[in-house]
Design a binder for this molecule. Structure first.
Ligand SMILES: [Zn+2]
Length: 353
């Protein structure tokens, strides 16, 4: 095994160590005095002392270099911890059904966090009649400022989306920790990473937090639920080309992470996600589910946006749409995996012409 790096070459170090040991042996064999001699010209050392100093130096470099290598090999980016903290702050604002005061507070928090990271936010307000009367919804869109006077004039190559609302469930305090506050927390962390480390990618993206994904009735129907994504898809200007891909995150922070892509995911996006998961050492958490899924990507797909829904398998668990979907449902490790895979996916898709 050979370790190489800037200023670090294990072969040359081993050669140096061998020559130092040889020097000590030769000095002992030749019975050269070990003392340090002081001369008019300064400090002079016997060959044996010189060889020992050389050996100590080699050992020090090996110990320090080995320690640095081990430390670097075991460093895992803790995106997950930051995303979990963001999620906790969202949950602290309480249940956030569309049109509620808490939903307005969540939107304000998202906006503040995004703007602090260098993103420019725009609200997209609209009203719809629902089973609970007329409701005012507001999607939140964000583009990276990136030094441009108007980032909204740039073409967006990719979308990254999640829904910000929680389902209104009567007589229950439903927080929707993984459905879908965790995806909002992850998006804030991804926004921070893109802005600080990958500004050229950030400038090609639009982030969208959809309002009103949840139906006011029991299940999503053609008329109830997906309010924000429907409005967003229908309001995209006809004279502006659509992004070439969109990534939707939903239920991506569960402690028992099991991502199941909808079966009708476009080939190029499915392959990008599975390849990214394998590259990130997370292949076992990602698979393609047996059926299509109705979620915020559905209206966008119908409107011609190629979309992938990175969604946790909610069909097998008893917590879905119950008060058990709370903070204890989440894990920083799961969030970390989902964020790393999503960043990898964005890197792959934004590189393509
Ligand atoms: Zn839901």
């Amino acid at each position: 095994m050979t370790f190489r790096g800037p200023g670090f070459n294990s072969e040359s170090l081993l050669n140096l160590a061998a020559s130092a040991i040889q020097g000590i042996k030769r000095a002992q064999f030749e019975r050269v005095p070990k003392m340090v001699l002081f001369t008019d010209g300064g400090l002079a050392q016997s060959p044996a002392v010189q060889a020992r100093i050389k050996l100590i130096g080699v050992c020090a470099v090996l110990v320090i270099g080995g320690g640095c290598w081990w430390w670097m090999a075991h460093q895992v980016p803790r995106y997950g911890q930051a995303a979990l903290a963001q999620t906790e702050a969202i949950l602290a604002l309480g249940p956030r059904p569309a049109g509620s005061e808490a939903s307005q507070a969540v939107r304000q928090r998202l906006r503040g966090q995004l703007e602090a990271a260098g993103w420019v936010c725009v609200g997209q307000v609209f009203e719809r009649g629902t089973a609970q009367g007329e409701v005012k919804f507001e999607n939140l869109r964000a583009r990276f400022a990136g030094g441009d006077s108007d980032p909204w004039q740039r073409a967006a190559k990719g979308l990254l989306c999640a829904h910000m609302d929680s389902k209104a469930i009567k007589q229950e305090r439903f927080l929707g920790a993984d459905d879908s506050a965790s995806a909002c927390g992850a998006m804030l962390e991804i926004a921070r990473v893109l802005a600080s480390s990958r500004p050229q990618q950030a400038k090609q993206m639009e982030l969208v937090f959809f309002d009103g994904e949840e139906a006011f009735g029991k299940d999503i129907t053609a008329f109830d639920g997906l309010y924000g994504s429907r409005h967003y898809a229908n309001s995209w200007p006809t004279n502006v080309s659509k992004p070439s891909f969109g990534v939707l995150l939903d239920m991506i922070g569960h402690k028992d992470l099991a991502i199941r892509l909808p079966s009708d995911t476009p080939d190029v996006l499915r392959e990008a996600v599975l390849a990214a998961a394998a590259k990130q050492g997370a292949g076992k958490y990602f698979a393609v589910g047996p059926i299509p899924i109705t979620d915020d990507h559905t209206p966008l797909t119908r409107a011609g946006f190629p979309m992938v829904d990175i969604i946790g398998d909610f069909t097998q668990f008893s917590w879905w749409h119950t008060p058990a979907d709370n903070f204890r449902n989440l894990s920083a490790d799961s969030l970390d995996i989902s964020i790393r895979v999503t960043l990898d996916v964005l890197g792959r898709l934004l590189k393509q012409p």
